[in-house]
Ligand binder design. Structure first.
Ligand code: NAD
Length: 330
């Protein structure tokens, strides 16, 4: 295998941390960059160059891509619905990261560029029913993306496309559908549903107060992809000839109530449910249509939701009970 020098932007975060670890394990030279101080990164590994840089600025992007063969852009200001519905300007400012990273990558003759887009690019009027028809790539247009976060993703997707068409930079774009797993945000307001529910169930288990608050009526539907499947998909898309944005997600659709059932069964508890109907809930139903990625790459998730939630629950439970099983190194 050819050894390359790879930039992972957003490597202090959840997906970027797992990706950087995986690429380094494959033998590549990895430069990991994030704006967070190093001691706040979810994972850091020996043998990886870890840099704290704010990639909203062009000079930081130039420094980050110097001597790099390929770029993976996972850096963004993001969070679950509670965050993105209340921080639209912050979400849209992530446009600076992708724009400047593309410009710096073009100047530095980077050969390939990966951009992490999102299912939030899809039009809200296609996601009003919990019994959803899975979203296929063409459903992004005519565009009516999630306000703020989704529009930024859609704009940045197009920026990638035009850098490819006009400047010959090979860009690859994946639309992630809800990724979950250990070593990610599980508290503080940016966490997404699987981590939030694992945390609430673990807190109930640890405290003995057997109750849980659920956002909405719990009948909203989603699909969730385990982090290992996500990393495998990112690498396959990066190496492929796929020039258009493509879904990367699971098509195992569940209601939030079913998600809670699963986590309860993993924890061995049964909780009294309280529903907060005024909390942010996002669209009513969302699922990933995987026909295109199956056709191109034969890719589909290999890890069931129950298995992935088991790994995630145990990690979050350990963090909360003060016996972290993480792989952080000083
Ligand atoms: P995350 O918040 O854990 O990681 C993002 C990282 O980017 C953070 O560590 C943050 O500090 C860093 N960052 C933000 N602004 C930066 C800047 N100016 N310079 C350098 N670093 C900066 O999020 P994640 O879940 O790992 O998501 C990674 C990517 O995947 C993001 O682009 C996100 O929008 C996208 N995505 C994630 C999901 C999901 O379910 N997790 C779903 C759809 C899309």
């Amino acid at each position: 295998m050819e050894t390359k020098t790879l930039l992972v932007a957003g490597a202090g975060g959840f997906i970027g941390g797992h990706l950087a670890a995986d690429l380094a394990q494959q033998g590549h030279r990895v430069r990991a960059v994030d704006k967070k101080p190093l001691d706040e990164w979810y994972q850091r590994f020996e043998g990886i160059e870890n840099l704290q840089l704010d990639l909203a600025g062009i000079d930081a992007c130039r420094q980050a891509v110097d001597g790099v063969d390929e770029v993976y852009n996972l850096a963004a200001d993001m969070g679950g619905m509670g965050f993105i519905e209340n921080n639209r300007a912050l979400c849209m400012l992530s446009v600076l990261i992708n724009t400047h990273l593309l410009m710096a990558s073009k100047e530095a003759d980077v050969s390939r560029y990966f951009y992490a887009s999102s299912a939030c690019v899809y039009a809200a009027d296609k996601q009003t029913d919990p019994h959803v028809t899975a979203l296929k790539e063409s459903d992004a247009y005519p565009a009516m993306a999630e306000d703020g976060y989704g529009w930024e993703k859609l704009f940045s997707e197009r920026m990638c496309r035009h850098f490819m068409e006009d400047f010959g930079l090979a860009t690859r774009v994946a639309r992630f559908h809800n990724v979950y797993g250990p070593h990610g945000t599980y508290a503080g307001g940016r966490e997404k549903a699987p981590a939030a529910i694992c945390r609430k169930v673990a807190q109930a288990e640890i405290s003995g107060r057997h109750e849980i608050e659920i956002w909405g009526d719990g009948e909203q539907t989603r699909s969730f992809m385990y982090i290992d499947d996500c990393v495998r998909g990112i690498k396959a898309i990066m190496e492929s000839d796929i020039r258009e944005p493509i879904n990367l997600g699971s098509s195992e659709l569940v209601t939030i109530n079913q998600l809670v059932d699963m986590v309860e069964s993993i924890a061995g508890v049964s909780l009294e449910r309280r529903y907060d109907l005024s909390a942010p809930q996002g669209v009513r139903g969302r699922n990933s249509d995987n026909a295109l990625i199956q056709q191109y790459l034969g890719w589909e998730p290999s890890i069931t939701l129950l298995t992935g939630l088991g790994h995630t629950y145990r990690w979050i439970h350990d963090q909360l009970s003060g016996t972290p099983s993480g792989t952080r190194v000083a």
